[in-house]
Design a protein around this ligand. Structure first.
Ligand SMILES: Cc1cc2nc3c(=O)[nH]c(=O)nc-3n(C[C@H](O)[C@H](O)[C@H](O)COP(=O)(O)OP(=O)(O)OC[C@H]3O[C@@H](n4cnc5c(N)ncnc54)[C@H](O)[C@@H]3O)c2cc1C
Length: 304
């Protein structure tokens, strides 16, 4: 079985990257995961998802920004997006990455840009999720989030069940009273920081999910894993939670039947919708999660 690290390494190879971006054969798969390159298409998809009963989180794709001007520009794009959401009356919040807002250029750059985005979200009565990135950023992301949260309670962040540190981080966020989205984790991490095997990651997800359902504020359970979703439903019912008191979150284009089924059963369900020109790193993480996606691509690559 191909490891996540290997797939992400292959995905970084310039020849592979160029082929993926240019080939007609990969466009279908890209379209499945990415809602388009412009905001109009993303809003159109959001409207459609709203009509089907879903909430939406819009991610204007981008990460690892290396210039201060680009980080400011990314914040501007998010502010414009919040205004578009407001003007168009769609039900959508936003999900952002702090490295896109300049975290690698210093905490001050990220803090300044994040504050501008959070101010706009406050003014427009919207909500901001702060995505979790690779483990070299975890501490800074959580520190900045915890620093800003008291002034901006319209924000929440993400914890990854594969990290050994997550039980402590969850306690910190539960005590703060912030919304938490629990995910398994999508980055290639070394064995000394993250569980290397799926069974442990799933077991940790279940444990942290139970804690989150017991004590969290509007917990967000972000997975396509049907066994964990079934457990969440049972556990939440046992705790006496209404279906509106917690949220399932799934990625655009993944497990579409499951998405529809959750809405049909009356569960609050949010679809994470990524769009923008900088889609490649997000797309390569989707490949790495599921080798079948990569096999599909490689089959087409060698057919030519
Ligand atoms: C709303 C949302 C937000 C997220 N935000 C973050 C974040 O901020 N930081 C972060 O590190 N990770 C994030 N993730 C990704 C997450 O960490 C996992 O990598 C991803 O959700 C796949 O794991 P899974 O829980 O679905 O379980 P898995 O056990 O990987 O998958 C369960 C089933 O889902 C389906 N599936 C999963 N992935 C794919 C795929 N790529 N293609 C096709 N089918 C698939 C398959 O049927 C699979 O059997 C987010 C995920 C969601 C749903």
């Amino acid at each position: 079985m191909l490891s996540r690290t290997l797939v992400l390494k292959v995905a970084e190879m310039p020849a592979f990257k160029n082929w993926i971006k240019r080939s007609r054969l990969t466009q279908g798969l890209i379209k499945r995961f990415i809602a388009g390159e412009d905001v109009e298409t993303a809003l159109q998809i959001t409207r459609q998802l709203n009509q089907e009963g879903f909430l939406v989180a819009l991610d204007y794709l981008g990460e690892d920004t290396q210039r201060v001007e680009d980080a400011e520009q990314a914040a501007n794009q998010y502010i414009a997006l919040l205004e578009h959401i407001d003007r168009n009356g769609v039900k959508a919040c936003i999900s952002i990455k702090l490295t896109q807002l300049g975290l690698d250029l210093g905490m001050d750059v990220a803090r300044r840009n994040l504050a501008r985005v959070l101010d706009s979200a406050c003014r427009l009565n919207n909500f901001v999720w702060i995505d979790m990135e690779s483990s070299k950023h975890t501490q800074q992301i959580l520190d900045l989030f915890c620093e800003m949260f008291p002034d901006y309670p319209n924000s929440g962040t993400v914890l990854q069940s594969y990290l050994y540190r997550t039980p402590d981080d969850l306690e910190r966020l539960l005590q703060l009273g912030a919304r938490v989205r629990l995910v398994k984790g999508a980055y290639a991490e070394p064995r000394n920081v993250a569980y290397p095997d799926k069974r442990s990651v799933d077991r940790q997800f279940k444990i942290q999910m139970e804690r989150l359902l017991e004590r969290g504020k509007e917990p967000a359970i972000a997975t396509h894993d049907t066994r964990l979703i079934a457990h969440a439903k049972r556990y939440a019912a046992k705790l006496g939670l209404e279906k509106s008191q917690y949220e399932f979150q799934l990625l655009y284009g993944i497990s579409r039947e499951l998405q529809k089924q959750l809405v049909a059963e009356g569960y609050r369900t949010l679809i994470y919708v990524p769009y923008g020109e900088q889609w490649y790193p997000y797309f390569s993480r989707r490949l790495a999660e599921r080798p079948a996606n990569l096999y599909f691509i490689l089959r087409n690559l060698f057919r030519k």
